[in-house]
Design a protein around this ligand. Sequence first.
Ligand SMILES: [Fe+2]
Ligand SMILES: [Fe+2]
Length: 414
Amino acid sequence: MAAFTTDVLKPRFHSAIVDWGKKNFPEMELLEKNWSTYFQGQPQFALYAKIGKIKSDLIEYGKFAGRPKFEKAGEMAGNMFFSAKDIIKAQCSTEFGSVQQHRISLEQATGDEAKYCVMRIMAEELRHAYQMFWVLDHDSTWKKLGMGDVAAETMDELLAMKTGEHVLDAFNIEFTHFIDNIVFGALIDLVGKYQLDMQKVFSYAPMARSMPPMFSEEGFHLGTGKRFLREYATDAAGGKGRWSFPEIQKVINQWYPRGLEMFGNEHGGTTTVEFGFKDKTNGVAQGEYIEEVRQILEHVNMGIVQARNPKMSPPDARKVINEILATGDKVESVGADEIIYLPSNKFYRRRGLPEYVFKPFDMRGELITESGKPIAADSYFAYLETQLPGKYLKTADFEKFKTHYKKTEAGETW
Ligand SMILES: [Fe+2]
Ligand SMILES: [Fe+2]
């Protein structure tokens, strides 16, 4: 038996998504035409909703635990109804947002293989947006007396969003070179994987049923990111490739803080669990994410060590990495400036705990001070300019960070 059944949207929103795709992802045709060349034996892409199975018909977490899952949005009271809508909207915004971002630098791909992998990611993100529309579109109880058509309003808002207008910061950053497509897959889609996994328990059943098919597609996105990131780092170790070690590191520094912030405030997420929307609070999920990113970078670094020492076994390569990290010395022809580091979770933060949000923390998590006081904003920006990609420094996102940082430093609200 198939792992899911399929459904389509009502004509108005079905054609709205098809049109959105033609405008924001016209390369889809090319992908469909050459699908079997790059993804042989894998089912051809199709734009429809996939309705998977839920583990339990009963709510598993929070204050309604043990009761049957809600089949209708209208059964959820006040706050819960709107909070479910906000999660669906944020999820859908990430899907549309990432298609728009990937497209910016798609043509700069390092080869056809990388390009087709990214196009497949884009197609699947478009399907995920379609899926979130299905959640809103197939259930007429999102229309509530006195509140208007919440579903239609939300979908119209989503269709109009451009880069810079999305719900989460990570989706408002313009890609500036193709390595963004790849690091985004490794670090930001990884957060997506955590969210989808947590939402498998969702107390509103149609959302829970949407998660398993999306989750399994996410594996390819993450896999693409990890695969090409390791390839680019290995190329750097061989003195070839498009990006040097410091350049790769800067791209990691750019994306990782935004990935951390996608979990929400480190101390938050209890209401989401109370409503039975997710099975973990923000801090717990973020902690697991940090460990998984550490492992991804270790895997990349092992590729570097093995590129320099082709006969070395993976366990020995891991030992070499640990020795470099512990001593800062050059080991087995790999210098301390030739591996990739996990930035501190306090570095370059704009959301989260007040201890480090808009505070001058360096990559290693140390507060940068001068005469015993944290350095001023301009000095911190000068430091950040040495740690972030040159092209990124010219984006609206970095400008916005600087504005908010200065206002926060001056004690202003914004
Ligand atoms: Fe997605
Ligand atoms: Fe994804």
